[in-house]
Design a protein around this ligand. Structure first.
Ligand SMILES: Nc1ncnc2c1ncn2[C@@H]1O[C@H](COP(=O)(O)OP(=O)(O)OP(=O)(O)O)[C@@H](O)[C@H]1O
Length: 611
């Protein structure tokens, strides 16, 4: 895209000063951060937020929503006649769904506050040391970024946490906070914060409380949060396709909509995408999925050795298996003699990220992927929301994202702020109706030329003149054989493959609502699913080994928990019968990373947790 055109579509033709922001903050934005002009959403929303109104912002991924809310808050805080002090406690609270987003917003805040040293940024989140957090809260944090669970914990148990001056509550990725099952926590947080005497002790009686909600996607879940947290909000970025007619009123600020009635966002809204994002899908028979994934990756890194790619999986187990496999697989065994030293199939730097990793490891990976020039990141949806990894070139959705909102956020990790980006969605032939589902939301994908890609790889077999099927392609046959041989000889990776197989089927069976008619477990050929994890065994064998594991676990549990014998027996019988748990009760134990299997957004019974 031409530079001029790109600027026009992303940036406004004004400067930050004209939006009403303090000149020192504007200098900071220009000189330290290199932001010459506001983005369109910043230009529209910042004046409205500065006016003190409650606001709901809906804008495409990577358009600068973080600064949209941080800049007005900093502007207002530096304006107080008497400089705010640490002992005044917290003035602004930013609530985010994940650890990684928490760190990222904190980092942005830290950079923005360089010239305002008396405004103290801080963060609290699950996985961090509680006592250290308590100590930081006791000293005082002016702008606090938090994940909901840990925030509620401190609100209830940290008496030195001062929030009597709280003026802003901001929900970044509002819909995701609710999808992760934090609805009750949010209501409790709002109750606790709302019950405090604000007016009398507030530094600025003109503003009592200003709440802001932001996301690139809005759905019905947000209606509830908006209705309990926003008072007569101004909507920015919401057009007719996203709202019920009854909830709109006349325009107040150019394209902004003012409401007094209840917010009602429709679920069939069309989403906005960066114009420069090239969105494609690839139709792959189940048993060839792994080979095609490796071939696509190999091709991408061969064409451009230094680049960043993210592959999304539906479960933590799948991430662990593919990470181990891709890090160690040496390629086509039948091309080499045993004595020959073989190179790794994928020579790139590989990282993994999911919610069951240790907190420190998550932090390490997050920072590494931010700073490296070239890497392959294998991740669950923990990376899908809000994360701003610079220069990600391609997003591969190896497992379906489920709801269209997740599709939008996953692809939103690339093509940010005018950069180029590609996305590729894997679909099995039985799943192609998903394209229609995406179309309802304005997502149109073109088909990836898979046969051309496969033909580009060498094969020891004679190339077929007339193409038969993907599964019978010589390259696919060769690579699949090598992968299976490799897994067969690597006990540890084989175990990971078996776990990944089980949790993949479980996640597949947990698609929600209408999507169940597209992603139907009964249509799956489990033998082909096993092949996609490079397993030679039929699924019944995998199932049996899983049963064996459950039986051993049950024996241990019975020894330890005599008192709960009866109840446990019932649950374990279910597990033994199906090999995995898909009932509502079992699902609740998956909350927030307690289980090694994930895909909470997709859980049957609606309870969710870590991803
Ligand atoms: N005015 C600006 N000029 C240049 N860069 C900017 C500007 N505003 C924000 N950015 C940069 O743009 C990138 C995307 O910003 P940000 O992460 O806030 O987007 P977002 O809209 O919140 O995306 P998502 O919906 O994925 O969370 C960041 O690297 C940020 O530093």
């Amino acid at each position: 895209m031409a530079e001029g055109k790109k600027s026009k579509e992303i940036f406004a033709s004004c400067d930050f000063v004209s939006l009403g922001l303090h000149p020192v903050l504007c200098d900071q934005l220009r000189d330290r951060m290199g932001f010459k002009a506001p983005t369109l959403v910043q230009a529209e929303a910042i004046p409205v937020i500065l006016s003190g109104r409650h606001v709901l912002v809906n804008a495409a991924t990577g358009t600068g929503k973080t600064l949209t809310y941080l800049a007005p808050v900093i502007h207002q805080l530096q304006k107080y006649d008497t400089k705010i002090q640490r002992s005044d406690g917290t003035f602004a609270l930013v609530i985010v769904p994940t650890h990684e987003l928490c760190m990222q917003v904190y980092e942005n805040l830290h950079n923005l506050l360089h010239r305002f040293h008396w405004i103290v940024p801080g963060y609290i989140m699950g996985g961090e040391n509680r006592s250290k957090e308590k100590a930081r809260l006791r000293k005082g944090i002016s702008i606090l970024v938090a994940t909901p669970g840990r925030l509620l914990d401190h609100l209830k148990h940290t008496s030195s946490f001062v929030f009597k001056n709280l003026r802003w509550i901001i929900f970044d990725e509002a819909d995701r906070i609710l999808e992760l099952g934090f609805g009750k926590e949010i209501e409790e947080i709002l109750d606790i914060l709302g019950s405090r005497p604000l007016l009398s002790e507030s530094k600025d009686a003109e503003f009592v409380r200003q709440n802001l909600l932001l996301s690139a996607t809005l759905n019905e879940k947000v209606n509830h949060l908006a209705n309990i947290s926003l008072d007569n909000p101004v909507m920015i970025g919401l057009d007719d396709s996203k709202m019920q007619p009854s909830s709109k009123q006349g325009a107040l600020f150019d394209n902004a909509i003012e409401t007094s009635a209840k917010l009602s966002v429709t679920s069939n809204a069309e989403y906005q995408f960066p114009a420069q994002l090239n969105q494609r899908y690839v139709k792959v028979p189940c048993g060839s999925r792994l080979v095609v994934l490796l071939s696509v990756l190999k091709n991408l890194f061969t064409r451009e050795a230094s680049q960043k790619i993210v592959v999304f999986f539906s479960t933590c187990d799948a991430v662990d298996f593919h990470y181990a496999l891709i890090s160690q697989f040496h390629g086509l065994s039948n091309f080499h003699s045993d004595t020959e030293t073989r190179e790794l199939f994928m020579k790139c730097n590989i990282l993994r990220l999911h919610g069951n990793m240790k907190h420190e490891d998550r932090v390490k990976t997050f920072n590494a992927f931010k700073t490296v020039k070239s890497s392959l990141l294998l991740s669950t949806d923990v990376s899908a929301r809000g994360l701003d990894f610079p220069k990600v070139r391609c997003i591969i959705q190896y497992d379906s994202p489920g709801e269209a909102t997740e599709y939008v956020h996953r692809v939103g990790r690339t093509a940010r702020l005018g950069e180029k980006g590609d996305s590729l969605l894997f679909l099995q032939p039985i799943e192609v109706d998903y394209l229609e589902e995406l179309k309802k939301h304005g997502v149109i994908l073109t088909e990836y030329p898979l046969v051309k890609l496969l033909d580009g790889f060498p094969s020891k077999h004679r190339r077929l003149k007339k193409f038969v099927s993907i599964e019978m392609h010589p390259w696919v046959l060769d690579l699949q054989k090598s992968l299976e041989a490799f897994i067969f000889g690597e006990a540890k990776i084989k175990k990971l493959a078996q776990n990944a197989f089980c949790s993949w089927v479980r996640a597949y069976s947990a698609h929600r609502g209408d999507l169940k008619s597209i992603f139907m477990v009964k249509k799956l050929h489990l033998g082909h699913v096993a092949k996609s994890f490079a397993l030679k065994e039929q699924p019944s064998l995998v199932g049996r080994s899983a049963q064996k594991k459950h039986t051993e676990k049950r024996k241990r549990t019975h020894k330890l928990m005599d008192g709960l014998k009866k109840k446990r027996k019932m649950v374990n019988q279910e597990e033994l019968k199906y090999g995995w748990m898909i009932n509502g009760k079992a699902a609740s134990s998956w909350r927030r990373g307690k289980s090694s299997h994930v895909n909470f957004g997709l859980m049957t019974g609606g309870k969710d947790g870590e991803i």
